[in-house]
Write a protein that binds this ligand. Structure first.
Ligand SMILES: Cc1cc2nc3c(=O)[nH]c(=O)nc-3n(C[C@H](O)[C@H](O)[C@H](O)COP(=O)(O)O)c2cc1C
Ligand code: SF4
Length: 518
């Protein structure tokens, strides 16, 4: 029987040498004349174990990792083709605690299937959501999404069903589905992992969205820094067209839908939905004033749904298993699951999909295993560069939109960046202001000027020039930016700055310069 090996084609695994491993494995298969094939899967999201090689055995898939190209011969000598034991042996991958503790709904197939095999996708419950959607009216599809409690995973947490309802009820000769795959937040990689590991789930989600609101055209807007995601997406789109999923008759129905990938040059502000639309239309990424909402006047002035990759990729499971199934996971008004992206100075960095409600401490200490350096965790920045820094004292905060907001934070795109006790929070506050100054689109004064003034104030603090006065100015500046900015780039930059100041005041009071004794 042909042996099947899996070597990821995910960017994270490739960055760690997966291509060399795949080549070395193929060379050994050829030399040893083995009856074997290599599937290039997505990543399971356990990046400290990448490149992770798996082999299909009668008992399930056995994993090895992290594998170097130079390990391959010894692994085969030790019976890797039959799941043989070796120092890199990880056992049955489904039993690995990092995976076994997850609730994988959106990422159910990621790392398991061949990302560009429509057949594999179908066999693993793919297209069931779309097939069910085709039996419903558009309003019924929208009602299912609303009922599921799904909220936008791009950052703002706006209810997806309500956004879709607005577009459905807005008249337009042409409507669009735009997938926000810009993924600019620091420490985030969930969108990329889906595009590289299970692109059909995004295609399916966008197609359901198109049918639900009456759109026939979709765009995936991503950045040039994602070449592998772009390649896999384009390959999958072509296969979906050939397989009758996309085109003039979606799965043989009367609905037409097609998708194109569009690549931006990579500016943080181009992730903001209206700047994204400007960029998609071929202009510089500058934020548009709202109203009009994109749902009324979006891409090329037409009614447009803009959703994050994960929001759209979560729709197929909702339509497959039903809104009550999805809604059953989570806490409060945060329903379903969220792909936590654990990054920074952390021992077990990776993607962990779980129902909302885990505490920050559980995520960082239990799942992430603390810092990679072994030093104490000092702070965790949650929600990207505009997210607040959380100290250990707030590690009881549950992962929930409202609980984070109540503590002056945000969950954003669910990226967590861990820092040990060597971090200087004054420098982090400066970085937040500097980042805003560099990435500001320049449309409004509080952000454009405020961020530059913010860098100057922090620099004066670092130089210990009238520290009390600087803290007063910094606080006032943050208030102006928070309440006076046109979009969340200027409006949320105060979050990392003020959380650093509030929770780590000692870092904002550099020790006075010692005067040498006479
Ligand atoms: C500066 C800035 C950057 C953003 N970057 C992203 C991004 O990279 N990806 C994303 O999905 N949303 C991003 N957003 C949020 C989008 O404006 C928008 O809320 C989101 O695409 C809506 O989709 P959702 O409802 O599915 O979350 C950003 C917002 C701001 C203000
Ligand atoms: S807050 Fe900044 S990025 Fe947003 S519109 Fe104003 S200048 Fe542009």
């Amino acid at each position: 029987m042909t042996v099947t090996f899996y070597v990821p084609r995910d960017s994270g695994a490739l960055a760690l040498g997966a291509e060399k491993v795949a080549r070395s494995l193929q060379a050994e298969i050829d030399t040893r004349n083995l009856d074997a094939r290599i599937v290039r899967n997505g990543s399971r999201g356990m990046y400290w174990l990448e490149p992770m090689v798996e082999v299909e055995t009668p008992n399930g898939r056995i994993a090895y990792g992290p594998v170097k190209a130079s390990d391959v011969a010894a692994l085969l000598d030790n019976g890797m083709a039959e799941g043989g034991v070796h120092p890199l042996w990880l056992g049955l991958i489904d039993h690995h605690p990092f995976l076994a503790k997850q609730t994988r709904l959106t990422f159910a197939r990621c790392g398991i299937t061949d990302p560009v095999s429509l057949e594999d996708y179908r066999v693993n419950a793919g297209l069931r959501g779309l097939e069910n959607a085709l039996k419903l009216t558009p309003a019924e599809i929208v009602a299912q999404v609303t009922e599921s409690g799904l909220r936008g995973r791009g950052g703002a947490g706006f209810p997806t069903g309500i956004k879709w309802k607005t577009v459905l009820e807005t008249a337009g000769s042409q409507k669009y589905i735009v997938c926000n795959a810009d993924e600019g937040d620091s420490g985030t990689f969930a969108d990329r992992m889906i595009m590289e590991g299970d692109p059909f789930v995004l295609i399916e989600g966008m197609t359901i969205a198109g049918i639900a609101v009456g759109a026939t055209k979709g765009y995936i807007y991503t950045r040039s820094e994602y070449p592998h995601a772009i390649a896999v997406m384009n390959e999958a789109l072509q296969i979906a067209r050939e397989g009758g999923v996309l085109g003039s008759s979606v799965l043989g129905s009367s609905y037409a839908f097609d998708i194109e990938v569009r690549v931006g040059a990579g500016a943080y502000v181009c992730g903001e939905e209206t700047a994204l639309l400007e960029s998609l239309e071929g202009r510089r990424g500058i934020v548009r004033a709202k109203p009009p909402l994109p749902a009324h006047k979006g891409l090329f002035g037409k009614p447009t749904v803009i959703n994050n990759v994960i929001s759209l990729a979560s729709v197929p499971v909702i339509l497959d298993k039903g809104a009550p199934f999805y809604k059953d996971f989570g806490m409060g008004r945060s329903r379903g699951t969220i792909p936590l992206q654990i990054a920074g100075n952390v021992k077990y960095g990776g993607l962990f999909e779980a129902a909302f409600g885990l505490t920050l401490g559980e995520i960082v200490d239990d799942i992430g295993g603390g810092t990679a350096t072994g030093r104490p965790v000092k702070a965790v920045q949650v929600g990207g560069p505009l997210g607040a820094y959380f100290p250990r004292e707030l590690f009881d905060t549950p992962f929930d939109y409202e609980a984070f907001a109540a503590r002056d934070g945000l969950i954003g795109h669910a990226g967590l960046v861990v820092f040990d006790d060597s971090v200087d929070m004054l420098k982090q506050a400066r970085f937040a202001m500097e980042f805003c100054a560099i990435e500001s689109c320049g449309k409004c004064t509080p952000c454009r000027i405020g961020s530059t003034r913010g860098v100057e104030v922090v620099d004066r603090l670092s130089a210990n020039i009238e520290p009390d006065k600087q803290i007063e100015v910094l606080t006032a500046l943050c208030n102006t930016m928070k309440f006076g900015s046109l979009c969340a780039l200027g409006g949320f930059t105060p979050y990392p700055v003020m959380s650093a100041l509030t929770h780590f005041p000692e870092d904002f009071r550099p020790a006075p310069i010692a005067v040498a004794a006479e």
